[in-house]
Write a protein of this length. Structure first.
Length: 225
């Protein structure tokens, strides 16, 4: 492991806005913020938006800047990636931002029923072989339903056409209410609407920039669960 990565791991461990408990469901230990994020961490009653596989936290941080009346939590297993978003939030004094370092499989360990009001999944691993590990597959939707109320919006943004089409198939098969979708986000403002188009094009992840540089189309699906 490189010196820079080790330094980031050390810094992340000291960041006040990063949770690194690594609790597992079988541990039988109740995470103290579960059910208490608003009161004990954010000190407000604002709704919580969760970014899954947040990477460098581009959506977590930029959405927090744009919507100070909401709380934002990014979740990822990679501490060196989280470092960038967490550091930016601390530097800017963003009080409505937090990060969790752990696997998304254990999401129910950290949140109580109805605690999350919105979910963003920007550029997840498309899992070409292990389809059930896709973050819009049935096992994950079941997990989301345990922490979010009925009608919660899930936003998927991806460069992977197969994952995009899979998401649409899941929406149809399980009768999730489809809100909007686009096969080419950057040329679809009329369909997406001005506000959503801005969120999808002005906020760019590290990987999205790479995909765009080689001419990849960016796909998007928003549906309710």
């Amino acid at each position: 492991m490189g010196h820079r990565k080790l330094k980031k791991f050390a810094e992340v461990a000291e960041f006040s806005n990063v949770i690194q408990t690594h609790l597992f469901p079988e541990d039988g230990i109740v995470f103290p913020l579960k059910g208490n994020w608003k009161a004990d961490y954010f000190k407000n009653n604002n709704p919580i938006t969760l970014e899954l596989g947040c990477g460098r936290g581009e959506y977590t941080v930029d959405l927090a800047r744009r919507f100070p009346q909401r709380n934002f939590i990014g979740m990822d297993i990679k501490g060196a990636r989280i470092w960038k978003g967490a550091k930016a939030a601390l530097s800017e004094g963003l009080k409505n931002v937090a990060f969790i370092r752990n696997r998304i499989d254990f999401i129910e360990t950290y949140f109580a029923q109805d605690e999350v009001s919105e979910i963003w999944i920007p550029f997840p691993d498309p899992q070409p072989v292990k389809v059930q590990k896709r973050l819009v597959a049935t096992p994950f939707i079941a997990r989301y339903r345990k922490i979010a109320p009925a009608g919660t919006t899930v936003h998927l943004k991806t460069d992977n056409l197969d994952l995009y089409e899979y998401a649409l198939e899941q929406v149809k098969e399980h009768k999730y209410p489809l809100l909007v979708h686009s096969g080419n986000v950057y040329s679809d403002m009329a369909n997406l609407g001005k506000e959503q188009f801005a969120l999808l094009t002005e906020i760019q992840t590290y990987y999205e920039k790479l995909f765009l540089s080689v001419g990849s189309k960016i796909h998007y699906v928003a549906f309710s669960i």
